[in-house]
Ligand binder design. Structure first.
Ligand SMILES: NC(=O)c1ccc[n+]([C@@H]2O[C@H](COP(=O)([O-])OP(=O)(O)OC[C@H]3O[C@@H](n4cnc5c(N)ncnc54)[C@H](OP(=O)(O)O)[C@@H]3O)[C@@H](O)[C@H]2O)c1
Length: 288
């Protein structure tokens, strides 16, 4: 499959073109995103398959493992094929209990950017998201000092484009007052629609919206309405959830996570499911 035949086609992030069907690498680390995977060879093979299928957008972070997914990506894919864009996040660390403590002071952010560059073996990161809030979701508060630090690193040539993640609408606006952003990566899916207004506003401004947990995250979506639409269409529920996201707004990029090749294929096929206006109305009701 080439990128032109992946569901959703392509979208631009600044001057980068990516397939709207991307891949989230978080699930490749060990249980609770800590430590190595049970099958590192399988994880590397899956990453190579992602690229062979034409996907040109891989989402990762140094905090996954920590360092595990970035290392797997480098081992599997370096030297990276032309056109592949690896998007990373900084702003959260890991503690011994598997928590995600904030690491947004300037020194931690600088270190995190350099760690990502070293582990991924890159001279410049294509896109870095500043991860805000905590595991419960976004939290109010100024991001100025942290985002100015990333803007300085961008100015130094270490980062091509910036984005924010787990952010409130006010933080998105504050970030944009400091430096241009090309994406917002927040939690959003069929059942979790908090960002509806933000998505539409970003679409109008040509900024991508990248839902994390597009399938519900650690507890994949369960909905009788979703299952009934999927059954009617002869599709799988997860695929229909992705097809709905692609239809929800043209600025949405998908980064579903999986450690399983059969799920990767199922999700690509499912995201191409044609949804009628009636299907969309039924699916729309799930999260309202
Ligand atoms: N910015 C942030 O704060 C943040 C937070 C969380 C995640 N992320 C990013 O967003 C990406 C996506 O989120 P996610 O991976 O946590 O959650 P997700 O994509 O919503 O769901 C992943 C889960 O769904 C399962 N799954 C995938 N395809 C399936 C299928 N066809 N049938 C049944 N189950 C299926 C996976 O299990 P299998 O492995 O068995 O397929 C995995 O347990 C992450 O990989 C990460 O890159 C960012």
């Amino acid at each position: 499959m080439s990128f032109t035949s992946l569901p959703g086609g392509t979208l631009t992030l600044g001057d980068l073109t990516v397939t709207r069907f991307g891949y989230g690498a978080m699930q490749l680390a060990g249980p609770y995103v800590m430590g190595p995977p049970r099958d590192p060879d399988g994880a590397r093979a899956l990453l190579r398959e992602v690229v062979e299928l034409g996907i040109t957008h891989i989402d990762t972070a140094d905090a996954y493992g920590p360092h595990v997914t970035n290392r797997l990506i480098r081992e599997a894919l370096h030297p990276y094929p032309a056109g592949l864009h690896i998007v990373t996040k900084v702003g959260a660390g890991r503690d011994a209990q598997g928590g995600w403590p904030p690491a947004r002071d300037p020194a931690s952010l600088r270190r995190a950017v350099h760690d990502n560059l070293d582990l991924l073996k890159l001279d410049r990161l294509d896109l870095v998201n500043l991860r805000l809030g905590n595991a419960q979701g976004p939290q109010d508060g100024s991001l100025a000092e942290a985002f100015e630090t990333l803007a300085a690193l961008q100015h130094e040539g270490l980062i091509r484009h910036l984005g924010v993640s787990n952010a409130t609408a006010a933080q998105v606006a504050e970030a944009r007052s400091i430096a241009p952003i090309v994406c917002v990566q927040n939690m959003y899916n069929l059942a979790h629609r908090h960002d509806d207004e933000l998505i539409d506003a970003l679409a109008a401004d040509g900024i991508a919206y990248v839902p994390f947990f597009p399938l519900g995250g650690f507890s994949p979506l369960q909905s009788t309405a979703l299952s009934s639409v999927a059954d009617r269409l002869g599709a799988k529920p997860m695929g229909v959830a992705l097809a709905w996201l692609l239809r929800r707004s043209p600025n949405i990029l998908l980064i579903p996570g999986t450690a399983a090749s059969d799920h990767l294929h199922e999700n690509i096929d499912g995201a191409a499911t044609q949804l009628s206006p009636d299907d969309l109305t039924e699916l729309d009701r799930i999260g309202r």
